[in-house]
Design a protein around this ligand. Sequence first.
Ligand code: FPP
Length: 245
Amino acid sequence: MLKEQINKDNIPKHVAIIMDGNGRWAKQQGFIRTLGHKTGSKSLKKIIKESSDIGIEYLTLYAFSTENWNRPKLEVDTLMKVLINTLKKELKTMLEDNVKMNAIGNLDKLPENAQKQLFEVIEKTKDNTKLTITLALSYGSREELVNAVRIISDKVKNNIISIDNIDDSIINEHLYTHNLPDVDLLIRTSGEYRISNFLLWQIAYSELYFTDVLWPDFKEKDLHQAIIAYQKRERRFGKTSEQIK
Ligand code: FPP
C-alpha cells in the first residue's frame, strides 16, 4: 500500500491542486463536458476526506478561474450548479469531520445563489479546525496582486503605511490568502505543465508535482503518490544542501 510509505513526520501542511482534465475525461468517455465536472466533484469529495485523514491542514483548490467566465454559458451554469449542490450536500460531512470552508477570488462576480450557499457554509464551519479547504472561485493571481497593490497604494496615500515599510509580509497581508500559510506542494492533473494564473506569489518555494491522470480519475492513491514524491524532495529555500542538514 502506497499510504504506508508516507512519512507522517513530513506531511505538507498546505497542498494546492489545479483540478484539470474534466472536459477531456468526459470526451474520452463519450460524454458531454459538463458531466466531467460532475464527476470531478466526486474526486474532490474523496480527496478532501483523504487529505484530512493524512493530516494535511490546508487544501486549496482551483475550482473556477477569472478566465473560465469566457466558457460557453451552459458550462459556466453547470459549474455553478455543481458548486451549489456540492456545498449543500457536503455541509453535514464538513461539520462532522471538523472541516472549515474558506474561499478566495472575486466572489462578488458569482451568481447570488452561489454566493449565498458559499457564505452559509463558510459561516457554519468557521470554528472548525482540522482541515481548511479554500475554494478559488473567480480567482486569478494577477487580479489578486493588482487588488493588493491598489489597497497598499491607498494606504500609502493616506499615511497608513510608509513606502519604506512595504515588504513581503505587507504584500502577504493584502492577498486573498492572507490567513493561509505558503503552499508546500502544488499538484496539477491532466498532463499540462502550466500554473495558469494560480497563486503566483504563494508558490514561490512550493514543490511542483504534475501527473497525467485526469481530475475525475484522481484517486486517494494518486494523492499518496504525490505526497511520497514531495517527501523525496530536498527543500533548500535557496540554501545549500549542507546548510539545511
Ligand atoms: C478543469 O477542467 C476544471 C475546471 C475548470 C473546474 C473544476 C471543477 C470541479 C472539479 C468541479 C467541482 C468543483 C466544486 C467547487 C464543487 P477542464 O474543464 O479545463 O478540462 P479540460 O482541460 O480537459 O477541458
